[in-house]
Design a protein around this ligand. Structure first.
Ligand SMILES: N[C@@H](CCC[C@H](N)C(=O)O)C(=O)O
Length: 297
């Protein structure tokens, strides 16, 4: 099985391209757990599969490090767009990608050698109703700065779905947040029947925020694209940043530019990068031995 490891601001995914040949029949949940393992696998925050689509130009599926499948992945979309354009599957700079969370449009920006530099994604409209997150409570109400207790910690939550669920919490000092403790507490809270991604936001000024994330199914990551979008939506709803202007989101892995426009769509622009291409020995995946990626650098 050929693979490409890529990252969006340090949020790393092992990508399997099924456009020419489907990968061997096996549990994708198990594959993701094994491949993502940093000691016995390749090491990543999850895996992504690119396949043909009946309703868009391409299809993307994403599995977290713990093997669970997610409906969307903002950083993964930029990686997939770069892969498709650089490898000449996509011949136009604009194309569409189907995710379980809906169809998104991407537009690549290329350098002089015609390689993708940054990708802009129309992430669509955020969903705010509790029933759409999903979150316990009246399904037709919005969770806006709502107080909740998680073990010893009390936080005010704004809930936003970007195809996948995010709980956004504003704090004065993001560095003081014990993310490895409160992340899993909130992720697995009974408030969120499908678990939740947990993002902490510190407002820098009206067009700049700091954001740290605990991802559902992957833990602390260097960046989360859908989470950055959710953070800007939550900051706008809570009147903490300017409306309809580009907001710079500083993440541990780098910056993203997010705009929530007057038509209700969230736009995300940022880079995507390669780590390596390699070959995974499928026969080893069918035994108890953990997979080994043979890297072709
Ligand atoms: N890192 C991703 C989100 C990946 C899925 C997420 N952990 C979930 O389970 O919803 C991004 O960049 O958006």
């Amino acid at each position: 099985m050929l693979f490409t490891k890529m990252h969006g601001l340090g949020n790393a995914y092992v990508i399997f391209n099924q456009l020419d040949e489907p990968i061997a029949n096996q549990s994708l949940h198990e594959l993701s757990k094994r491949v993502s393992d940093v000691n016995f696998g390749i090491g990543s925050d999850g895996i992504i599969l690119i396949s043909p689509s009946k309703v868009a130009d391409y299809q993307m599926r994403i599995f977290n490090e713990d093997g669970s499948e997610a409906k969307n992945c903002g950083n993964g979309l930029r990686c997939v767009a770069k892969f498709l354009y650089d490898h000449m599957y996509a011949t136009s700079r604009k194309f569409t990608i189907e995710t379980l969370g809906g169809i998104v449009s991407v537009e690549v920006d290329v350098d002089q050698k015609h390689k993708v530099r940054t990708v802009t994604v129309d992430m669509g409209e955020p969903k705010l109703l509790k029933g759409m997150i999903p979150m316990l409570g009246d399904p037709v109400t919005v969770t806006l700065n709502e107080a909740h207790q998680f073990g010893d910690y009390s936080y005010h939550i704004t809930a936003v779905s970007m195809g996948n669920p995010h709980a956004i919490i504003f704090v004065d000092d993001i560095k003081q947040v014990p993310l490895e403790i409160v992340g899993p507490l909130i992720e697995n809270s009974s408030l969120f029947p499908e678990r939740v991604n947990v993002g902490f936001v510190q407002i820098i000024n009206s067009h700049e925020i700091d954001y740290r994330v605990w991802e559902r199914g992957s833990g602390i990551t260097m960046a989360c694209g859908t989470g950055a979008c959710a953070a800007v939506v939550a900051a706008t709803l809570n009147k903490k940043v300017d409306k309809h202007v580009p907001i710079t989101v500083h993440l541990p892995g780098g910056d993203l530019t997010i705009s929530w426009d007057e038509h209700g769509h969230v736009w995300k622009r940022g880079p995507a990068n390669y780590v390596c291409h390699g070959e995974l020995d499928v026969s080893m995946m069918n035994t108890d031995i953990n997979p080994i990626g043979r890297l072709i650098i």
